[in-house]
Each structure stands twice: as structure tokens, then as C-alpha cells.
Write a protein that binds this ligand. Structure first.
Ligand SMILES: Cc1ncc(COP(=O)(O)O)c(C=O)c1O
Length: 545
């Protein structure tokens, strides 16, 4: 959403106390990027920040208002309040009436100051929501705090994620805090991959299910649970996998975990106990999952991906005993592993290899038939991992593993000694949503929305990034675009961020050299924001070329 136009420079919102709460299951079009409580505004958490009710946050008294240049003065004071954190992204400014009365200036002065901030892209007028902070100037870099050294693994065979760094976010490669730093960076438009449309989270259905679960719950369910997961959820997941992923397993084969991220961490000691010191990874392939493996001291030799999937001949040549794969929708290229490659992988596993299958967004497909999980072909030498992060919300931190039988006990130990098992209540709520068909309904709803957003992104790329090649559009929550090699993608991503648009440079997800590109999430942003964000990327690329 662009700055407010002349006709509606700023709006006085309703009394903050009467502002409409986020409607559960709110329709797509009503959610703008940057709206408090939506996924679009980095730093604008759900539930919205409180409004600044009066002028207290400015720490001014009416006597300090200068005789002339009042609007200029007020705009400066407001910018200062944003820069030092007194006014945060998502916060609503006081109404012009209230602020004018408190500072004893005319409303025109306040309106003019707000208009200037709006022209700078720092605030945005919302008809009923008042004037809201949407971007704050970047704070001065923090003094080096002397980060604690990253603990070393018992036997360091792999490369640790680089320690956190300061300076331009993308220059110099990703540190261990890369995703946190990007999440915290202020931006108007968020095209970071990896999230579904979070404004579609089925709040009402979740609340209904939670109420039903609580009313049925016996007191012993409030004690410690089975570290492997609540039996009811393990059954619901087994049924879900049969219906949606072609996998037939018994509930006792399912282990409930806190997402794929935790699944990988739980695997560290189990792989080591099995004599494995590394896991080969796809290239390009997910930076996040690679970092999780490296944190456990595991080596992550890269294996290139071509248009059929991972090069199994190269995998064999690395001598790696295990490989992490995203076969249904390769991250980030979107390649579907071909039938021949699947057979080659099955042969590699039969020769003693172990496959870690990350089935991260397989349910989201638009123009192609479903692709069954590799686990449907292979049980003994494959550890399957999935989660609700791309179906409902990453914040739930609920996922599942179907490990090979020989790893089941070791993984149960790892889970027990990590956290005694996932929180029970959300497990039971999720089980209920799965049993009632609500999760399938959610998937159908998301498919429609995501497809419209995907189409908007393809159109925007064609219009603003001519010559760029789009990869992996048939499924998923993101697109990857590659472009001619004259501009490094980290420079482009930094330039985009400086203009209020965040995304991933493709090189974050590479260990081997390759074309520059961007990984652009479309699922979490409305079509208007997608079009505007890609236009910004196009302008930035032209300026850097
Ligand atoms: C390819 C891939 N796998 C796994 C994950 C982690 O997912 P989870 O939330 O289940 O830990 C991500 C996160 O975005 C991802 O991109």
C-alpha cells in the first residue's frame, strides 16, 4: 500500500477503545500489508500495538511549541520519537484533534505534520484505523555487545552457522541470526518466503475446538504427557498422512515434535550414534535447515539440483551417508523429483543411505496433481518430517516425524530429554481440527487465496523484472526468480530492503556458485502489496545494473 494520497492525507481514527478487533477468518481484501495484526507488517504483531492516546510520548509541554514553523517542528519531534523507539511500527498516532488540543496548536498544524510523515512513507492513514506508523528510521547500529561465543559441538565435523553480524543485512552472507535480523528489519512489504496467509488462520474454529477440548478434558490430561505426543494427535496425523500424502503408518510410528526445525535438532545425537557425521543437502537448498544441521556439528556437503531433482550421481560421489531432501517441492527451486530420480534415490538408500524427507509445503499445489511423499515408497531408510507451519501458522510449533524403526527409541529419548514432549492442549486442539475436516477446509481456502497471489506475482515479475526467469510456480508459497549475473542478489536484496521491501537473496540458499536470484514469498501478502513490492525490486535492479 502506497503513501496516502492528497485527498486523504491522514485520518482521525475512531476512539481507540472502539476500534474493531480483528475479525476471525477475515476476508482477504480487507487485510492490508502493515495493518496491525496482519502478517504484512514486520514488527507489527498480531493484536496491534496500543494507540498513543495523547502527546505524552512526545515529552513536550505546550510552552515549548515554537512561534513559527510549527508543522515542521512537530514532524521532526515525531520522527525523533520513531527513531528512539517511543513510537513503534503498528502504533496509532493520537488523533489530530487530541494532539492539537494538548499542544495548543491548530488541527491544521498536526494534519500537515502527519502529511509530511506520510509522504516519507513512515505513517499511513487508514480510514477507520487512524494514522498508523508503518516504518521507522533504522536505529543506529548497537555498540558491539561482545556476543557470547557459540558453544562448540562435542565433535565438530561440520561448519557452524556464522556468528551474528552487524552492517547491511545481506552483504557478507547470512549469520546465525540471519532470519531474526530480517524479521526485525522494518519494511512496508514482506515478500519473505515460508509463511502461508496468516490472516486466514481459522481463529474461530481454533477457539471452538479449544473450548470443546477443555470441556471434555479429564484432569489427568493436564499432567505431563507422553513425550512422543498425545495419542489422539498421533492418530489424527497418521490419518492425515494417509489422506493427503499417500503414507500409511500406525499412530505409534508417529512422533510429535515442535516443527521440522526441532526434528532436525533431535536427529543430531541419533545420527551421531549411527556413525554419521554429515548430511548432504540440496544446492540450492534451504539455508534454515542447513543451519540446523550445522548447529549440531554436522557437515552439509552440497549436491546440485537440476530440473529432475537432486543429482544422485553426485550424491554418491560425496560418500555422504545421509541426505536432506524436499522431494515434493524442492526449496527454493520448486522442482518436483522425477520418477527416475526417485528410483535412483531408492537404490541409493538400499545401498545403505539414509534419506531425511522434509515435506515442508507439499499440500500447496495449484496447477499440478499431488505428488506423493517419498516415504510412501520407502520406510526402512527414510525419516519423514512435516508440520503445520505452512498449513496453519509457524507460531504453533507443531510438527511430526515418522522415523525409520531403528531410530524411534533414540528420537523418543532425544524428545524426552529436550522438553518432555510438546504442550498437550494445542496438540488436542489440532487433533480435533484434523478429525473434523477443518484442516482440509483450511487447505482449500488457502489454495484459492494463494493461487490468486501467485498469479499476481507472476504478472508483476513479467511487468517489472523483464528477462527474469521464474522457477517453481506450480506449487508452494513462494517463487524463485533468477536474472542475468551483473548484480549480486545480496546487493539487490539490500537495496530492496532500504526501499521497504524484504525478501531472500537466492545466494543465501546456495553453497555452490550459481545465478543470482531472489526467493519471493507471495502467500502472506495481498496482491496489491505483491505488485508494489515487485515494482520496487524492478526499479532497484535497474538502478544497480
Ligand atoms: C524448506 C524448509 N523446511 C523446514 C522449515 C522449518 O519448518 P518448521 O516450522 O516446521 O520448523 C522451513 C521454514 O521455513 C523451510 O523453509
Amino acid at each position: 500500500m502506497g503513501p496516502v494520497s492528497e485527498g486523504e492525507p491522514v485520518t482521525d481514527g475512531p476512539d481507540p477503545a472502539s476500534a474493531a478487533p480483528d475479525a476471525p477468518d477475515a476476508p482477504d481484501a480487507s487485510r492490508a500489508p502493515g495493518a496491525p495484526g496482519t502478517s504484512g507488517a514486520p514488527g507489527a504483531p498480531a493484536g496491534a500495538r496500543p494507540a498513543a492516546y495523547g502527546s505524552d510520548f512526545l515529552q513536550l509541554d505546550a510552552g515549548s511549541v515554537p512561534a513559527g514553523g510549527k508543522a515542521d517542528w512537530l514532524a521532526r519531534r515525531l520522527r525523533q520519537a520513531m527513531a528512539d523507539g517511543r513510537l513503534a511500527v503498528g502504533q496509532r498516532l493520537p488523533s489530530t484533534r487530541v494532539l492539537a488540543a494538548e499542544l495548543q496548536v491548530s488541527r491544521g498544524v498536526v494534519t500537515e505534520a502527519y502529511r509530511r510523515l506520510s509522504e516519507d512513507g513512515q505513517v499511513e492513514g487508514r480510514r477507520r484505523g487512524g494514522t498508523v506508523v508503518v516504518a521507522v528510521p533504522l536505529a543506529a547500529p548497537r555498540a558491539p555487545a561482545g556476543p557470547l561465543p557459540t558453544p562448540r559441538p562435542a565433535r565438530a565435523t561440520g561448519r557452524r552457522p556464522e556468528p551474528a553480524r552487524s552492517g547491511p543485512l545481506f552483504a557478507g552472507g547470512p549469520g546465525a541470526d540471519a532470519f531474526d535480523a530480517l524479521r526485525a528489519a522494518p519494511a512496508r512489504i514482506d515478500l519473505v518466503p515460508g509463511q502461508p496467509d496468516l490472516s486466514a488462520f481459522p481463529r474461530a474454529a481454533w477457539l471452538r475446538a479449544e473450548r470443546a477440548v477443555l470441556s471434555e478434558l479429564s484432569t489427568e490430561h493436564l499432567g505431563y504427557g507422553d513425550p512422543r505426543g498425545a495419542p489422539r494427535l498421533r492418530r489424527a496425523v497418521a490419518d492425515w498422512l494417509a489422506r493427503n500424502r499417500g503414507i500409511r503408518v500406525e499412530p505409534q510410528e508417529v512422533l510429535i515434535v515442535a516443527g521440522t526445525a526441532q526434528a532436525l535438532t533431535l536427529l543430531h545425537p541419533v545420527l551421531r550414534a549411527d556413525g554419521l557425521t554429515g548430511v548432504a543437502v540440496e544446492d540450492p537448498g534451504s539455508l534454515g535447515t542447513r543451519q540446523h544441521l550445522q548447529y549440531g556439528g554436522l557437515a552439509t556437503p552440497p549436491v546440485p539440483v537440476d530440473e529432475e531433482g537432486l543429482r544422485v550421481d553426485v550424491l554418491r560421489a560425496t560418500g555422504a551417508g545421509a541426505v536432506l531432501l524436499t522431494p515434493a517441492h524442492q526449496f527454493p527451486t520448486g522442482v518436483v523429483t522425477s520418477g527416475e530420480r526417485r528410483r535412483e534415490l531408492v537404490r541409493w538408500a538400499a545401498d545403505g543411505g539414509l534419506i531425511l524427507e522434509d515435506d515442508y509445503d507439499a499440500e500447496h499445489r495449484y496447477d499440478r496433481p499431488p505428488v506423493p511423499a517419498l516415504r510412501a515408497l520407502l520406510a526402512e531408510r527414510l525419516c519423514y518430517m512435516g508440520s503445520v507451519s505452512k498449513l496453519l501458522a509457524p507460531a504453533l510449533r507443531i510438527g511430526w516425524m515418522v522415523p525409520p524403526p531403528r531410530y524411534r527409541e533414540g528420537l523418543t529419548d532425544a524428545k524426552r530429554f529436550t522438553d518432555l514432549g510438546n504442550a498437550v492442549l494445542p496438540q488436542l486442539v489440532l487433533a480435533r481440527l484434523m478429525e473434523s475436516g477443518q484442516l482440509e477446509r483450511q487447505l482449500r481456502l488457502l489454495r484459492g487465496r494463494h493461487k490468486r497471489r501467485r498469479d499476481a506475482m507472476i504478472d508483476a515479475v513479467a511487468a517489472h523484472l523483464p528477462g527474469a526467469v521464474v522457477h517453481g510456480a506450480a506449487a508452494g508459497l513462494h517463487l524463485t526468480v533468477t536474472y542475468a549475473p551483473q548484480v549480486p542478489d545480496t546487493a539487490l536484496a539490500d537495496a530492496a530492503l532500504a526501499r521497504g521491501v524484504k525478501c531472500h537473496p537466492l545466494s543465501w540458499h546456495r553453497q555452490l556458485p550459481g545465478r543470482p536470484g531472489l526467493v519471493l514469498g507471495y502467500a502472506a501478502s495481498p496482491p496489491g502489496a505483491i505488485a508494489e513490492g515487485v515494482a520496487v525490486l524492478g526499479r532497484a535492479l535497474r538502478e544497480l545494473s
